[in-house]
Write a protein that binds this ligand. Structure first.
Ligand SMILES: [Zn+2]
Length: 488
């Protein structure tokens, strides 16, 4: 070999060696141990530290890189939007723990403590809840599952495993927002129990062209309907399909509809309500071939059930004072109460978990249909006189019904909550009052309506929106609920 060729060869060689050495460094970085505080807990992270590419341009996110949990790339969405994506918007409402990201008509909403994700208005169930991650003491940032966010917003998302990078690209199509699931509640699938006792099972075969990705299931417990939405027009397929008939005690009827505006086929499954209560969707198992729905009664699934009702919602803001809507205050406290009592093994059903309006009768009937132990409605008060202030808990005399098995009455509930609240939040004691609010009157489980404070009183309104007040009030009500269980 000539010397010049050798030199050229060694130059080429060094170029090739240099390139991989950069990769080797990246690989080495993969194995580095990183101290992170994840959701308040010190954690040593030894996984992949990944990058981000938007429209083929590498974005510098070195200080808050992407981390991988459960094979999912978690991205600091706020940061990448700020750096690179002008037509997406990021909103975070700390007081109710809500993260909302929008792009044109599309939106995705996460709750920091919950597995329900609203994809373009539809409630869906998602295992990858937001993670608050803190590195180098720079304060925590919420990290979200990247693919879920970007695909919902109509971007294309590709994970490049070789280079450890998320590639997001703008596409012409911006997904269409539709709200079929406005009142739907997706039940948590966390319950696992012996299958011997189930009330019924429904198996639905899927068309060959459909995969599990095309299917969304939501349980509309107010209407006794379960909605299965499937991408594309499959009405004929389902018209000709016979369903298994060993679920008669759970399913009354199945209807097929095609919605051309959204290009989805909707299966409406009307479920049974009988003396045992409402038939709930207990578990759904979706594969590319079929959907299996397992039905059960809430009373058989859970030992302790409480219904929490955040007053008002959507077009009904409740009382409005000093720029504050009562509906928002009610929802914040309601979620705080739920969070506390769920830790004690109580199953909480919320009449609403978002800015939605549910009919008063539907709220009230839920108590009996779900075989609940208690129903608590959260409100804030108002009066023409700005001086008026204080706390009162209401119950309905028509709902004053103790039974032999259940000694808890609405009056006992009201008195316990009133006394505990006055002691804890130190407001003016307006005592327990009786009146026939729809949600307490038409309830057939012990039920109360709490009017925490007067938002029409400037000082009390100001106090009512502080974290201190909200925490104290919710701790007090949660404490009362636990106390009532222990007495029973
Ligand atoms: Zn109210």
């Amino acid at each position: 070999m000539k010397k010049s060729v050798l030199i050229l060869f060694s130059v080429l060689l060094s170029v090739f060696v240099l390139l991989p050495s950069e990769n080797a460094e990246a690989a080495k970085k993969d194995e580095e141990l990183i101290n992170l505080i994840i959701d308040g807990e010190n954690t040593v992270y030894d996984g992949t530290v990944a990058g981000f590419i938007f429209n083929d341009k590498k974005i510098n996110i070195k200080k808050t890189p992407t981390y991988i949990f459960d094979d999912t790339a978690y991205i600091n969405i706020k940061k990448v939007i700020k750096k690179a994506i002008p037509d997406a918007k990021y909103f975070y409402n700390k007081s109710i723990g809500r993260i909302k990201i929008t792009r044109g008509d599309c939106s995705i909403i996460f709750y920091t403590d919950n597995m329900i994700v609203y994809k373009n208005g539809k409630a869906t169930y998602n295992r990858n809840i937001p993670k608050c991650i803190e590195q180098d003491g720079n304060g925590g940032n919420y990290y979200l599952p990247g693919r879920l966010v970007f695909e919902t917003l109509g971007y294309s998302y590709v994970w490049d495993d070789e280079n450890k990078v998320s590639k997001v690209t703008e596409t012409a199509a911006t997904g269409k927002a539709y709200e079929l699931y406005k009142y739907g509640i997706v039940l948590d699938n966390k319950v696992t129990r012996d299958i011997d006792n189930y009330h019924g099972e429904l198996n639905i075969k899927l068309p060959d062209s459909v995969t599990s990705e095309d299917v969304v299931i939501s349980d509309n417990i107010y209407k006794n309907e379960i909605y299965i939405s499937i991408k594309g027009d499959h009405k004929k397929f389902f018209d000709n399909l016979s369903f298994n008939d060993d679920c008669e005690n759970c399913v009354v009827q199945i209807r097929e509809e095609y919605h051309p505006e959204d290009d989805i086929t909707l299966l409406k499954i009307i479920t049974q309500t009988d003396s045992e209560g409402l038939c709930l969707l207990h578990k759904d198992l979706i594969s590319d071939e079929n959907i299996k729905l397992i039905f059960d009664r809430a009373g058989d699934l859970y030992d302790k059930i409480v219904i929490l009702d955040a007053g008002h919602g959507a077009n009904d803001p409740g009382t409005q004072n000093f720029g504050i809507d009562e509906k928002d205050c009610n929802l914040i406290i309601t979620k705080l109460i739920g969070r506390i009592i769920e830790k004690s093994g109580i199953k909480v059903f919320y009449t609403r978990y978002d800015d939605t309006l549910i009919a008063l009768r539907d709220r009230a009937y839920l108590g009996g249909r779900l075989d609940a132990d208690m129903f608590v409605s959260i409100h804030h008060n108002a009066n023409n006189s700005p001086e008026k202030n204080g706390t009162s808990v209401y119950y309905s005399l028509l709902n004053y019904n103790a039974t032999l098995e259940n000694t808890l009455t609405s009056r006992i509930m009201a008195e316990t909550m009133q006394n505990d609240l006055i002691e804890k939040i130190q407001t003016n004691d307006m005592k327990v009052l009786t009146t026939d609010f729809t949600v307490t009157k038409y309830n057939n489980v012990p039920s109360v309506l709490v009017e925490l404070s007067f938002l029409s009183n400037p000082e009390e309104c100001y106090r009512s929106i502080t974290d201190e007040f909200r925490n104290a009030a919710s701790e007090s009500i949660a404490g009362s609920i636990l106390k009532l269980y222990n007495q029973g």
